[in-house]
Write a protein that binds this ligand. Structure first.
Ligand SMILES: Cc1cc2nc3c(=O)[nH]c(=O)nc-3n(C[C@H](O)[C@H](O)[C@H](O)COP(=O)(O)OP(=O)(O)OC[C@H]3O[C@@H](n4cnc5c(N)ncnc54)[C@H](O)[C@@H]3O)c2cc1C
Length: 384
């Protein structure tokens, strides 16, 4: 077995990781700890990720990664329970009081991601902030020439392998023309509200409430502001959701979310923001000279609360497989494919089970679509 090694020369790395979210940082950390030379580049672009929650089981995964305490040390809000009105108008409650891992978190995502990148740097990875990775020409030895665009002039580096951790944009897989499929058209419309001036509603549970065309989510943010989001399919989203007034009108029809939101004044300049939230995955999470992790490999409906955990896990397992591949184990990536396929199977099963719990609007398209199983052959090809 031959080991591939590109390190030892300036500007030459074993691996360049494109994307410094949870998946990319976990991959870079794992590769660096295994003694590989790695450059982790994060473009830092895109809409800020606000109001995301991390389940308490992440503690175990972060320990396994050796990420240390920094990512969760400060700046996040503990989440002690999830409340939901789903399948019934009354609120159900899942309390974390009996969870051996303790409470979950309402994350400050920028801070969490920075902490993870810092852990990767401490482990020996080189980190380039505000830097975009664009794959260039393949080299005669099978490696890559890669263009890095940051604040200064673009520079070119070489690497043996690329990790696509670019999130839903799947930048590397997309430029390699890898096939990716999506199973629905879910979009999120999000509005941030100002802190409650009376601080009456210090309730830090997250809350989900379904309606006839989708579902609402609200959570307090570490800043004291409140996020309210509505999830429905792109073709079903009411045009009114785009304006503050229209969003407020639809919100006022909810029972529980409106009750949480009413103490929070509307921010003068805030407009509802739309973000894709559909499920999508690559047919195969690796190709010639690249491997995809996190949302780039498989992106999930946020109802699963599984996105960040899966990003950390696939970042770690994908990187372990890549270390083995670089050490000459040609079967290592096939076993990563099997791992990702297993995650997708479990996700589909749980997704169907969760949506089946809501049976009050069975004839409405949003709920009807989620009752129909989506075997591989009915999935649509995703256009980038
Ligand atoms: C509305 C919504 C709500 C959600 N809520 C939750 C939640 O509550 N809990 C949860 O666990 N998950 C949630 N998720 C899912 C979660 O956001 C993702 O699963 C998670 O961020 C995936 O991590 P990642 O590292 O794969 O990608 P990302 O976090 O998207 O990181 C990708 C990074 O790569 C960078 N990048 C892109 N292209 C390049 C390039 N060419 N070169 C360099 N850098 C590049 C981007 O700037 C970004 O920083 C939610 C998703 C949505 C849409």
């Amino acid at each position: 077995m031959t080991a591939e090694r590109h390190s030892g020369r300036v500007g030459h790395y074993d691996v360049v990781v494109a994307g410094g979210g949870p998946a990319g940082a976990a991959a870079a950390l794992t590769l660096a700890r295994a003694g590989r030379t790695v450059l982790l580049a994060d473009s830092g672009g895109g809409a800020p990720k606000i109001g995301e929650a991390l389940p308490s089981s992440a503690r175990t995964l972060l320990d396994e990664l050796g990420a240390g305490r920094l990512p969760l040390s400060a700046g996040h809000l503990p989440c002690y329970a999830n409340l939901s009105s789903w399948g019934a108008s009354v609120l159900g409650r899942t309390d974390f009081i009996n969870d051996p891992n303790g409470p979950g978190w309402h994350l400050d995502r920028a801070r969490f991601d920075r902490g993870l990148r810092e852990a990767a740097r401490t482990a020996g990875a080189e980190v380039a902030e505000r830097t975009t990775v664009r794959p260039g020409a393949r080299q005669p030895d099978g490696g890559w020439s890669v263009v890095l665009r940051g604040q200064g002039a673009p520079r070119e580096v070489r690497c043996a392998w690329l990790v696509d951790a670019s999130g839903r944009s799947h930048a590397i897989a997309s430029s390699a023309r890898a096939s990716r499929r999506r199973t629905d058209r879910l979009v999120a419309t999000c509005l941030e509200l100002a802190p409650d001036p009376t601080e009456r509603t210090g309730e830090t549970s997250s809350l989900v409430e379904s309606d006839q065309d989708g579902w609402w989510y609200t959570a307090l943010l570490p800043t004291g502001r409140r996020l309210v989001a509505y999830f429905t399919d792109a073709d079903l989203a009411a045009p009114a959701l785009r304006s503050r007034e229209g969003f407020g009108r639809l919100l006022s029809r909810t029972r529980h979310v409106a009750a949480r939101a009413e103490a929070h004044p509307v921010l003068g300049d805030a407009l509802p923001r739309r973000a894709p939230a559909h499920s999508a995955h690559l047919d195969l999470p690796s190709g010639s000279g690249w491997i995809a992790v996190g949302d780039a490999a498989a992106a999930f409906d946020p109802v699963s609360s599984q996105g960040i955990l899966t990003a950390l896990f696939t970042g770690m397992t994908g990187a372990r497989a890549l270390v083995a591949r670089l050490d000459g184990d040609t079967a290592a990536l096939a076993s990563y494919h099997t791992t990702v396929a297993g995650i997708l199977t479990a996700y589909r099963r749980n997704h169907r089970a969760v949506y089946a719990l809501e049976d009050r609007w069975q004839s409405r398209p949003f709920w009807q679509r989620r009752r129909t199983p989506h075997p591989h052959d009915t999935l649509r090809k995703e256009s980038v």
